[in-house]
Design a protein around this ligand. Sequence first.
Ligand SMILES: C[S@@+](CC[C@H](N)C(=O)[O-])C[C@H]1O[C@@H](n2cnc3c(N)ncnc32)[C@H](O)[C@@H]1O
Length: 272
Amino acid sequence: MTSNTAQQDAAVADKTILTTSAYADGRHLAARQSIYRWQQPQYDLPGLVEEELARTSGTVFDIGCGNGKFVSRLRKDRPDLQVVGIDISVGILAGVEKPVLVADAQTLPFADDSADAVLALHMLYHVADIEATIKEMARVLRPGGVLIASTNSDTDKQELDRLWTRAAGEILGVPKGPARVSLSSRFSLEKAPRYLGAEFNEIRIQQLPGTITVADPAPIVAHLASYEAWAEQCGVPFEETVRRVAEIVDETINAEGSFKITCLGGILACRR
Ligand SMILES: C[S@@+](CC[C@H](N)C(=O)[O-])C[C@H]1O[C@@H](n2cnc3c(N)ncnc32)[C@H](O)[C@@H]1O
């Protein structure tokens, strides 16, 4: 488990970094999503969200929809729903089919009780005020509606944490380098129930454990390189560290045949 410094936490929720760099377009997000191709078991995340929406009709707000992975799948499989993609980044919404809206989850431009379901998938760790945002999501959700959130565990991808610390240490010439920036730790699977419990009294958690096995450093390099937006908060030359990571992973694959990463994500379905 990596724990961020206060400066790293602030950068994870920094709107300028999010909109002009991290999610200026879908490139970095796609690189992070693509590593799951090598995970076993495979989870169909949009399919799991659809199962949670089986009893929902009407309007769904996908808040922090990013590159529209869930929006497009829902529109295809559930044409009966009115799905609105909402994101703080104009750039990332450019590739998402309309209707989409640029808005901040912390101040949603919607009336009370206007959604039948709200999705907050891998995004609540990016908002500055997590409590206020959940309150805002609960405000726009009609009574009986469902909020579906997702995030990763504090234990997710620990092998990448160790890999980064080792590579950073070697670059800096110290036994252990600074920890990599953790995106989900502000709203991890362990912290999420307490935050969501302030507004929702029924929370069902579905844990999604798995193992990623790669026989080529490229997916790991792409994943770690996607944190470029937070390079300044790493305390080590970023590109040099990514290059050293590639060498270490290559050595491990040559010695052991593969590099393994243990994963734990989860989906939380919340009702009042
Ligand atoms: C990790 S991506 C997740 C994208 C998508 N929900 C998914 O699971 O594939 C986080 C997204 O949340 C958006 N975001 C971050 N802060 C936000 C905010 N305050 N309001 C709305 N969207 C936000 C980012 O721009 C980014 O597209």
